[in-house]
Design a protein. Structure first.
Length: 516
């Protein structure tokens, strides 16, 4: 249930930005995307980072005490989180004038200060979510996650519509995003609190408070571990600080530079959806409990991990190549023109790289290896910063796309090398059939190219283009998957986990019994 809620939230988070851009234009999209990375990081801390840390503490406390103490667990953990969130809020509030000066846009100062206020809602939500997760009561967590996203998306789209109608200025969309996050947080808290009162998962009895244990776990697991979910957001944050200033150095006028960043940010929802497809399903191949014993070098567990990597690679490679080919049609369908298509095609390579990065870092975290993966993500952020500053003045947003790809490539190599260090006999890509991937990708490219030559899209209205793009995407994906099957890319074990797996295995001829 939690997986479904998370998947729905990610799709909602990616999907609403298309109507947002359509209603407010590239300038409005730029304004929102200058605020969103900070908001997104806070949402991840409240959704994944801190709740994961708290659920770990809950499991430990349950082993020592029959029930969690309101005075010895909930309130101390809340106080620690309030201190961390309050410090973060103060930092953003005081830095708002400097940030807006650095990015050459003073109109965003109030939006950043509203973001700072939103930080203060993290502790209550995280404590409740984490305690429910630790107690294996997942319904409140899932409902709060969906409720929060629905309200947040509704408010943003409503304000975007009001902007398009002329009732608000374009600058209002940045503040609206921050206010929407606060209202979404209130909705999530109300849902969680109702369940908390109804279930009463606490006692009034007290016991010694292990402050140091609470603090270390929350910082190490809550902040460091959540970086895994922030890979794309971290790179977007680098764009917030350096993309527009670098475009200005390259000779762009201020308004044009802002619109160019809005065009570049068109690729973010598509990368997010592609990465969800490429990584979320792949991780389902790795039983969570098996990672605890993976250091024993169980060949069965190693096989699960290799299958996860190969499946992630197949899905993400197909999504990347398919999107690369039909990007002019997708760009026109979603954003009404083909501006930035060449740059965004380069950026689409991030789907493959980020999928592999997220899969690898998730496995590392399953092995309690947080520090190295966090360090590598920080390194990717630094590479992206300097890449923007070096490349964007000469290449425009194409330089930013190249910087993103380079930073993710370095991150992918680093996390996979670290995984090989932890699991010396893992042979990560031994399950990938490179000839099958090349054959399937080539077949899909030829098919899509022929269809695009036979049916030009520039004479279609938007409804016709929607049908056309859906046809291209679905038929191209079908061709790619069928060719992978015919070229025996999948093992029987992999196919058995899919819907209609037994029927698919009939296509997978010539395999041996153990699926290797």
């Amino acid at each position: 249930m939690l997986t479904i809620a998370s998947f729905m939230s990610k799709i909602l988070s990616a999907g609403y930005r298309v109507p947002l851009q359509n209603l407010t234009g590239d300038l409005g999209f730029y304004i929102y995307q200058q605020v969103y990375p900070l908001l997104g990081m806070m949402i991840i801390l409240a959704l994944y980072g801190f709740p994961s840390a708290i659920s770990t503490l809950v499991a430990e406390q349950k082993d020592q005490h029959s029930r969690l103490s309101l005075l010895s667990f909930y309130i101390p953990v809340f106080v620690i989180l309030l201190g961390i969130s309050g410090g973060l809020a103060a930092l953003i509030w005081m830095s708002a004038p400097w940030i807006t000066s650095f990015i050459s846009d003073g109109t965003l100062e109030s939006a950043y200060r509203i973001v700072a206020m939103a930080c203060l809602f993290i502790p209550a939500i995280a404590v409740l979510r984490g305690s429910f997760q630790g107690l294996y009561v997942m319904h409140p967590v899932a409902y709060s996650q969906i409720g929060e996203q629905l309200f947040r998306v509704f408010i943003i789209i409503y304000v975007a519509y009001a902007v398009s109608e002329g009732r608000f200025s374009t600058e209002a969309i940045g503040e609206a995003g921050a206010y929407a996050a606060i209202i979404g947080a209130v909705v999530a808290f109300v849902i969680l609190f109702i369940y908390f009162i109804r279930i009463k998962p606490f006692t009034l009895r007290t016991y010694d408070i292990p402050w140091k244990k609470y603090l270390v776990t929350i910082v190490s697991l809550g902040i460091v571990a959540s970086l895994n979910h922030m890979i794309l957001l971290v790179l977007q944050l680098a764009d917030v600080f350096t993309l527009v200033p670098s475009l200005l150095k390259g000779g762009f006028a201020p308004l044009t530079a802002m619109e160019q960043k809005g065009i570049f940010d068109r690729g973010q929802p598509l990368i997010q959806v592609g990465t969800v497809i490429g990584s979320s399903f792949a991780l389902a191949f790795i039983p969570a409990t098996s990672l605890i014993k993976v250091v024993e070098e169980s060949s069965n567990t190693y096989r699960h991990i290799r299958h996860a990597f190969s499946f992630s690679f197949y899905l993400a490679a197909g999504a990347t190549i398919g999107l690369f080919v039909i990007f002019p049609e997708v760009n026109t369908l979603l954003y009404k023109n083909t501006l930035g298509t060449d740059s965004l095609r380069i950026l689409s390579i991030a789907i493959l790289l980020s999928s592999l990065c997220i899969t690898a870092t998730s496995i590392l975290q399953g092995l309690n290896d947080y520090k190295w993966s966090a360090l590598f993500i920080v390194l990717a952020f630094i590479i992206k910063l300097f890449g923007n500053m070096l490349l964007v003045p000469f290449l425009g947003i194409t330089g930013s796309a190249i910087a993103t790809v380079i930073s993710l490539l370095v991150l992918a190599i680093a996390v996979m090398k670290q995984l090989n260090v932890r699991l010396r006999a893992i042979k990560l890509f031994s399950s990938i059939k490179s000839r099958a991937v090349i054959g399937a990708a080539s077949g899909m490219i030829v098919y899509l190219t022929i269809i695009r030559l036979l049916i030009p899209f520039n004479v279609m209205n938007r409804l016709q283009l929607l049908i056309y793009v859906l046809f291209l995407a679905s038929s191209g994906a079908a061709i790619y998957f069928i060719l992978l099957l015919r070229l025996r890319a999948f093992s029987d074990e992999q196919l058995s986990t899919l819907p209609f797996g037994h029927q698919l295995m009939k296509w997978n001829k010539g395999r041996d019994n153990n699926g290797e």
